[in-house]
Every structure is written in structure tokens, then in C-alpha cells.
Design a protein around this ligand. Structure first.
Ligand code: COA
Length: 339
């Protein structure tokens, strides 16, 4: 019987882009609203400012700007894109915002859908898109991570409101048929049993429908968080999963060019870097400027470091996203950049 030859595809990360709202809110300004101060926020989190969407800045606008910049860097015609995945927990439309972004981009040949996995969203979307490309059914994907959590924070809860900001980042991902797969490996994890320590639950609202019957009215409360539990979860699970991944691929932490973690808290970044003896100069961090932008943090940071020349073609990046769900994941990838 004739042996069928199966082409093995890999993926290349060839473009990046990002966008953030114009309006910046400093720690001192936040102190005008809640009982907090710059020194407390800086020392506990590393955050100095965050960007908060103004009246005309929508999630799909931010996503569109980030996506357009990634396509430009990749040198792609929007019509050549096959797939758009928008990782977000804060769509403009509960039915999904990805199709709107697809239309704004003029990517008329792409199928577009949202993916919800909170702060792990971008990493999960990157892996998901890579599977379509590796399977050989699609050639070009745009992966966007975008969130406007400032719509959903309780601005009177000082334990959580100081942490979050808005933003979007995007990566252009292309199938290649070489043995150089840019996504070297990944793990993804969920634990719904611990989900209550960080969530954005529905409000219970039952209204009369017809005599003797009620219906539920949709709506959500604001972000609810047990900061200490989330902190413990992150510093335990992230190094454990990243360690497993490095070991599985026989990669020594010393050979990593950049550690690119979800930007939640500088203390979490430092703790993970310490665990692998990764020097500070190799830890990418911009949360002092943006705070935690949820699904946007990883591509927003990647784009900044690509733009300023820190991340260069061929660099090996160890990444991890973590957050509500609970969900967390780790990925090892190589940045290629435009060809
Ligand atoms: N300003 C001033 N004081 C504050 C404050 C603020 N913004 N927020 C909390 N405090 C106070 C508390 O009320 C408490 O006071 P008390 O001792 O008088 O009761 C004290 O500071 C310590 O609070 P605690 O919650 O123990 O602080 P912490 O060291 O755990 O830091 C976080 C709080 C939220 C910064 C920290 O737990 C954290 O970063 N957790 C992870 C959160 C996260 O990353 N979430 C997103 C994941 S994707």
C-alpha cells in the first residue's frame, strides 16, 4: 500500500501591533477617588499609571488599530487573512466583536470569532490559531488580545481598581512548511473549582414574565477578586508550568532571550524570574505604564519590545498567561518578524 506523505506545517510570528487609549490615569489621581496613594500602589504592584478608554474608544476600535498595525508590519493585504481570533472578556457586543474588527480591517475573506479566557486569552488564542495553520487548512491568522476592564472595575474598591487598564495587542501568524516551527511548545490549564477568587459574575435579576413565570434579565456585576489568593495561585502555578514546558523541550532557562509574562504585578514577574534565575534585563515589563490590560498584556508588551528593537528575529521567548477561570498557560515561541 502506498504510504501517504503528510506535510507538516509550522508557524511563524511575522508581525505585531498594539493600541492603547489616550487617557492616562496616575496613581495620585486615583487617590482622589479612593483611599490609596502612589507609594502603596507602586510598592505592591509596580504600577504607576493605566490607560482608561474615553467615551468614543470601543474595544473593536482598539482591536482594529492593533490588528491593522500587525498586518502592516507583516506586509499583508487584509484580504489575504484567513482567520481572526479576538481574545477578549469585554466585547462591545456579547455575541462577539471579532466580526466587527474583521469588517473594519477589510479582511473580507477571514472567519473571525471571539475567544474568552480572561488574562490567558491571548496565549490560548495564539495556540488555537496555530492549530488551524499547522493543520494545513489555513495560511494566515491575526491573533488579537484586547480588553477594556476599566468598564467593569468597581472604582470604589481600592483592592482591585488600582490594578487594571485598557489596551490591545496583535500578532500576525503565518503557516510555514519548514521544520522551524515558531511555536515550540505550549501547555494550557483550567481550574474552575478555584474560579471564585477572580470573577465578573452575572447579577441575579429575575423579572416577571407572564403570571406565575419569571425570566432572567442579563447583566454583570463588577470585578470581584481575592488578591492574596490570586497572587498565591500565580506564583505557584506559573513557574511550575513553565518549568515543565522547558524541561519537556530540553531548554535551559539560560538560553531564553526574553521572559514575557502576563503583566499583572511586578512582584509576580520578579518571583517567576527568580525561580529560573533569569536576570532582570531579560524580563519584559511595561505594567508600570499600563497596569493589567488582561488579554492585551502579552501582545502589547511584545509589540513594544519589537518596536524598540529589544526583541529581534530569532529570539526565543518564554511566555505565560494566567488569570480568571482560573486559567493559565505557558508557551515557548520564536519571534521571526517580517520576511
Ligand atoms: N491602597 C492602599 N491600601 C490598600 C489598597 C490600596 N489600593 N488595597 C488594599 N489596601 C490595604 C488593605 O486594606 C490592607 O489593609 P489592612 O491590613 O489595614 O486590612 C492592606 O492594604 C494589605 O492588603 P492586602 O490585600 O493584604 O495587600 P497585598 O499585599 O496582598 O496586595 C494586591 C494586594 C491586590 C496588590 C495583591 O494581592 C495582588 O497583586 N494580587 C494579585 C492580583 C492580580 O494580579 N489579579 C489579576 C490576576 S490576572
Amino acid at each position: 500500500m502506498a504510504e501517504t506523505l503528510k506535510t507538516i506545517f509550522g508557524v511563524s510570528l511575522v508581525g505585531s501591533g498594539s493600541a492603547t487609549p489616550i487617557q492616562r490615569l496616575t496613581n495620585d489621581e486615583l487617590g482622589l477617588r479612593v483611599d490609596t496613594n502612589d507609594s502603596w500602589i507602586r510598592s505592591r504592584t509596580g504600577i504607576r499609571t493605566r490607560h482608561v478608554s474615553g467615551p468614543n474608544e470601543t474595544l473593536s476600535d482598539l482591536s482594529h488599530k492593533a490588528g491593522r498595525a500587525a498586518l502592516k508590519m507583516a506586509g499583508w493585504d487584509p484580504k489575504s487573512v484567513d482567520l481572526i481570533i479576538l481574545a477578549t472578556s469585554t466585547p462591545d457586543d456579547l455575541f462577539g466583536s471579532a466580526p466587527k474588527v474583521q469588517a473594519k480591517l477589510g479582511a473580507e475573506n477571514a472567519v473571525a470569532f471571539d475567544l474568552t479566557a480572561a488574562c490567558s486569552g491571548f496565549l490560548f488564542a495564539l495556540v488555537t490559531a496555530a492549530q488551524f495553520l499547522r493543520g494545513g487548512s489555513m495560511q494566515r491568522a491575526l491573533v488579537i488580545g484586547a480588553d477594556q476592564l476599566t468598564k467593569w472595575v468597581d472604582w470604589d474598591d481600592r483592592r482591585s481598581c488600582v490594578l487594571f487598564g485598557d489596551g490591545a495587542g496583535a500578532v500576525a501568524l503565518e503557516a510555514n512548511n519548514s521544520s522551524e516551527d515558531g511555536l515550540i511548545g505550549f501547555y494550557m490549564k483550567s481550574d474552575g473549582a478555584r474560579g471564585d477568587c477572580l470573577n465578573l459574575p452575572q447579577v441575579q435579576n429575575h423579572l416577571p414574565l407572564v403570571p406565575g413565570k419569571t425570566h432572567q434579565r442579563g447583566g454583570f456585576s463588577s470585578i470581584q477578586m481575592n488578591g492574596q489568593e490570586v497572587y498565591k495561585f500565580a506564583v505557584r502555578e506559573v513557574p511550575a508550568l513553565l518549568g515543565e514546558l522547558l524541561e519537556a523541550h530540553c531548554i535551559n532557562p539560560e538560553s531564553i532571550d526574553w521572559l514575557l509574562l502576563h503583566q499583572a504585578n511586578q512582584r509576580i514577574l520578579d518571583a517567576v524570574a527568580d525561580r529560573f534565575s533569569i536576570p532582570t534585563e531579560k524580563v519584559l515589563s511595561n505594567l508600570f505604564e499600563y497596569g493589567n490590560t488582561s488579554a492585551a498584556t502579552i501582545p502589547l508588551m511584545l509589540d513594544e519590545a519589537v518596536q524598540d528593537g529589544r526583541v529581534q528575529s530569532g529570539h526565543l521567548i518564554a511566555s505565560s498567561g494566567f488569570g480568571a477561570g482560573l486559567s493559565w498557560g505557558a508557551a515557548l515561541f520564536r519571534w521571526q518578524g517580517p520576511t
